[in-house]
Each structure stands twice: as structure tokens, then as C-alpha cells.
Design a protein around this ligand. Structure first.
Ligand code: QUE
Length: 345
């Protein structure tokens, strides 16, 4: 147990009756690597049955980021250097941690200031309290790297919101504002970023209820996501990309349709087709673990495919944002591959 050590990528310690997890890899915007996942999981397991721990608090030492996602650069390196099993282990372990968070028998409070994407949502949204600041923004950006939405998002988001909205967020990578996060159920409370330190102190020294009573506030802006909810419900509530696309083609709100087309311009067609099937499959999942297993079936497939290495290259390695995905068109994607992967009983 350590506190304030700048060398460790995760610091965990108990203060009063709170188990604290401090994400501390600020130069990488806290993107989660294998070591961080191992440390978080180890801390959580040690606190489950420890009566001295009544709640868990997760926060970041970075003012820019809560957590920008998974360390997909490292996964890409493993895959292209013939160590694919390291990439597989990474996602298997990450999803176990997500499930531990989702089934944790005590309150888990995340304090989210700055960016939260992908794996960052996975480490926060399954907990009981997702406290954001006005500087928080969230997205599921996996379409751009030839991957699929994971960490339980395709299970969680359609229960917090609706299946159509979860599909929309997953395939467009829509950047959620604080108001959007609260409206969609990704966040539960809002505080001012100026009060982050005082809020954390109040949680640790007083109580969660007292901290929320003292600092929780309401968003200044309205939710742009709520403003397109009717259009999303009218077009994204279908079980395949082909049907959603047809619905978009005949939708009367051309401004909404162009927004969707623009957001999806960098998307890998295979990722989109698979993601719509995945969200639909997870409508029927009974537990988070079942949802994660469906995501894992696609995750382990996608990281072995050329689109993933190419997408991570284009977005995170060379940063040219000019990925050459194969196939490059939706018509050429073989949907049956993903149907089979999700249909393994
Ligand atoms: C899709 C992703 C990720 C992403 C961008 C995408 C992701 C991730 C990061 C990221 C961002 C900034 C960093 C960093 C990683 O970006 O998973 O180390 O400094 O971790 O389009 O899935």
C-alpha cells in the first residue's frame, strides 16, 4: 500500500474506511496497461472481505485525464511481434477487473475530471457512483482503431439508456459532454473541477453522502445527446448495420444524418457491422459477465485482424488518421463471421 509515490502507475492505500485507487500514469493519460490492471484487481480483491474498507474511491493524478482507454499500442506491439497471447491476456484480465467492479459489494466512487474513453469507462461506469466535473468528456472511440466496444459498455449502456442509444454511442464514438454523460446514465453526479480536491477529502474524512450534499451541482448546458434522442431511437434501434443504414438513408432529418455520417467517416466497416450485432446480442445477456464474454469473443478475434494493427497505427502510432481498412466498404463485410463468434452458446 503506497500513497503519493510518483513511480507507481497505480497507488492503492486505505485511508480511514476508504480503499483508494490512484491512477498515476499521467504521461499516457492513464491509459491502462497490464500492470495497472493487475494492481487495481489485486487491491479490489483485498478489500472485498475486509471490514475495515466500507467504500472504494478511484481518481486520477492527471488534471487532463481520468483514463484515455486501454494501452492498445502495447496490444498492437504484442500482436505484430508474434506475442498475441499477451494481448489476449490483457483483455481477459481487464474484463475480469470490470466484472469485479460491477459485482463489488460496497460503493465504488470514481471522480472523473478530463477525458474518459473505452477502458476508462470500464474502470468507472460499473461502480455505484460516477462523479464527473464540467471538464469531463467521454467517448467509445473503438471504430477508428478497427476494434469493438468492450469493457462491459455494450451491456451497461443499453441498461443505463436504451439499446438504440448504446448502438449510436458505440458506432459513432460521439463525444459526450458532462450533460450527455448524466443524461445517458454514464455519470451519476456532477461537481465543479475547482472542488475536486475538497470533494475527495470530504469523501475520505467525512462521508460520501456529506461530500455529495456539499458539492453536487447541476450542469450549465443542456444535453446535445438528449436533443437527438428521438432521431437516434428512430434510426439506431435495429439489430444490424444494414437495417440502420437503410433507416438513415430514408430519415427526414438531414442534419442528424450528416452528423452521423461525419462521425462515422473514420470507422472500420467490419468494426461497425460487428458492434451492432454485439449490442443486440447483449440485450439478452443476464449478467455483466455474460456481456463481457460476448465482447471478449469479438475482442480476441479483432485484435488478430489487420484492421486493428492498422487502426492503432493510424490513430496512435503514426497519428496520420488515414487508416486503410479491409474491407473498406460495408457491402464487402461478411457478417456471418461475427454471428458465429457470438453464437457459441
Ligand atoms: C481508440 C482507442 C483509444 C484511443 C483512441 C481511439 C485507446 C487509448 C487512447 C489513448 C489516447 C491518448 C494516450 C494514450 C492512449 O486512444 O484505447 O496513451 O496518450 O488508450 O480512437 O481505443
Amino acid at each position: 500500500m503506497t500513497q503519493g509515490n510518483t513511480e507507481n502507475v497505480v497507488n492503492s492505500y486505505i485511508r480511514n474506511s476508504t480503499g483508494v485507487v490512484e491512477l498515476n500514469r499521467p504521461k499516457a493519460l492513464n491509459s491502462l496497461n497490464q500492470e495497472m490492471i493487475d494492481l487495481v484487481q489485486e487491491a479490489l480483491l483485498s478489500w472485498i472481505d475486509d471490514d475495515a474498507v466500507e467504500q472504494v474511491l478511484i481518481y486520477s493524478t492527471s488534471e487532463r485525464a481520468f483514463c484515455a482507454g486501454g494501452d492498445v499500442r502495447a496490444v498492437r506491439d504484442s500482436v505484430i511481434n508474434g506475442r498475441g497471447e499477451e494481448g489476449e491476456k490483457y483483455f481477459i484480465d481487464e474484463f475480469v477487473m470490470n466484472d469485479t467492479l460491477g459485482n463489488f459489494p460496497k460503493p465504488i466512487i470514481s471522480v472523473i475530471n478530463g477525458v474518459v474513453m473505452g477502458g476508462g469507462l470500464g474502470i468507472s461506469m460499473h461502480g455505484s457512483h460516477r462523479v464527473i466535473t464540467e471538464k469531463a468528456f467521454a467517448s467509445m472511440p473503438e471504430m477508428a482503431i478497427g476494434y469493438v466496444p468492450d469493457v462491459g459498455f455494450t451491456y451497461f449502456a443499453q441498461r443505463a439508456s436504451t439499446p438504440a442509444m448504446a448502438t449510436f454511442l458505440a458506432v459513432t464514438g460521439w463525444r459526450m459532454s458532462p450533460a450527455d454523460m448524466l443524461w445517458a446514465g454514464v455519470a451519476t453526479h456532477l461537481i465543479s473541477s475547482a472542488d475536486t480536491g475538497a470533494f475527495i477529502e470530504a469523501v475520505l474524512e467525512d462521508s460520501l453522502d456529506a461530500a455529495l450534499a456539499a458539492f453536487a451541482t447541476q450542469p450549465q448546458q443542456s444535453s446535445a445527446l438528449a436533443a437527438v434522442a428521438d432521431q437516434v431511437e428512430a434510426t439506431f434501434g435495429h439489430p444490424s448495420w444494414e437495417l440502420i443504414d437503410a433507416s438513415l438513408q430514408s430519415h427526414p432529418d438531414s442534419e442528424f444524418v450528416s452528423t452521423v455520417r461525419e462521425l462515422m467517416a473514420p470507422a472500420a466497416p467490419s468494426s461497425v457491422v460487428a458492434s451492432v450485432l454485439l449490442v443486440n446480442k447483449n440485450r439478452d445477456a443476464v449478467t455483466l459477465r455474460e456481456g463481457l464474454d460476448n465482447e471478449l469473443a469479438l475482442s480476441l478475434h479483432f485484435i488478430s485482424q489487420p484492421d486493428f494493427a492498422e487502426g492503432v497505427r493510424a490513430v496512435l502510432v503514426d497519428k496520420d488518421r488515414n487508416a486503410a481498412f479491409q474491407p473498406a466498404t460495408y457491402e464487402a463485410v461478411d457478417e456471418s463471421v461475427y454471428v458465429s463468434l457470438l453464437d457459441r452458446g
